[in-house]
Design a protein around this ligand. Structure first.
Ligand SMILES: [Zn+2]
Length: 343
């Protein structure tokens, strides 16, 4: 079975308002934006599981019957919004019982992770207290806090990644993290030589022709996109060396880059024809080229191949250098000047 993307939800003050030991199903009221937030996550393939401490049961304040009626009521309201809660995992114990399931203990989460074959990398904990987030700390599951009636200043859990305003805001953040994680599969730093080498060797073993090019790609314009697209057509796998922020400052002055290397990489990562991005800090791509050893190195502009500092590195490793002309009339500098004139 494919690993599942699960949102592990706390119940009281996360899904529903909590008057304290909620035992009357007719009093169930969802919190603001819960249907909207869960709907959005559902659209992106997440499933929902509830992990809830219910010490009222252990104290004899809430009967098991009342508990299941309240849970059924919450489920029903959400079903009316086309949202399905897969299962409620419940700890009925009190603190004194010293069980392994009362959050922040990990028992409920471990059981749910296993039963739903959850992918820790793409699952999240959402709750109004740190104890809702903490169970995921040792398993590398990220947590998002939503405010609740009792939310107090607590020591942040190590796996807390965001404090949201409400469930919809939490959903927005989780989608953002998923976008970043997808991008991160393509993004490397030049220092990660072993990881880059093994990725390149895997491709070469499959007879993939690796094409390399490098640049700043600060404010994207048609010249950039035409250049990168055409570079990618010169082989099977385009590796883009992206100048780090410090190296851009050295090369182009203190006002550049406008966008950080990570932001530039995020934008570029969504172009399908860009397969790997390597952020490098040297003034020349020589060392990165030594790691990648491409079949083709593409340089944009009106250079003479033999005069490039990287020419020898490329050719010594059996590669060719191809100079691609830039599209006429476009440059980041001219875009910035145009913006300044319009201010
Ligand atoms: Zn328990």
């Amino acid at each position: 079975m494919k690993k599942q993307k699960i949102i592990f939800l706390d119940r009281d003050e996360t899904l529903n308002h909590d008057p304290g030991y909620l035992r009357d199903a007719s009093l169930v009221q969802l919190k603001d934006t819960v249907p909207e937030g869960l709907s959005l996550m559902r659209e992106f393939g997440f499933r929902f599981v509830v992990l809830t401490n219910q010490s009222g049961v252990g104290r004899g304040i809430i009967s098991p019957q009342e508990l299941s009626e309240v849970n059924a009521r919450i489920s029903k309201i959400l079903e009316e919004n086309s949202i399905h809660l897969e299962k409620f995992y419940i700890c009925p114990h009190t603190e004194k019982d010293n069980c392994n399931c009362r959050k922040p203990a990990t028992g409920l989460l471990e059981q749910a992770m296993q039963e739903f074959n959850a992918d820790p990398e793409h699952s999240y904990l959402v709750g109004d207290r740190m104890r809702d987030i903490l169970p995921g700390a040792g398993m590398g599951i990220e947590g998002v806090l939503v405010p609740g009636r009792e939310t107090v200043q607590e020591e942040p859990a190590p796996n807390l990644v965001f404090t949201a305003e409400n469930m919809l805001d939490a959903a927005g953040y989780i989608l953002q993290r998923e976008f970043e994680k997808k991008a991160a599969e393509k993004i490397f730093y030049a220092e990660q030589k072993d990881a880059i080498r093994s990725r390149m060797q895997e491709l070469k073993a499959k007879n993939k022709k690796i094409v390399f090019t490098n640049g700043v790609f600060d404010i994207l314009h048609p010249g950039h996109v035409q250049y990168l697209y055409q570079a990618s057509r010169l082989g099977d796998h385009l590796v883009l060396g992206l100048n780090s922020d410090e190296s851009v400052k050295r090369l182009k002055g203190p006002e550049r880059p406008v966008n950080t290397a990570l932001d530039r990489a995020l934008v570029l990562s969504r172009y399908k024809f860009i397969k790997t991005i390597i952020i490098f800090s040297d003034d020349t791509p020589v060392e990165t080229l030594q790691t990648v050893q491409p079949a083709v190195h593409v340089k944009g502009g009106d250079y003479i191949a033999e005069k490039l500092p990287e020419y020898i590195t490329v050719t010594e490793n059996g590669g060719r250098v191809i100079i691609l002309p830039f599209r006429k009339g476009y440059s980041t500098t001219s875009v910035i000047e145009r913006m300044r004139r319009r201010q």
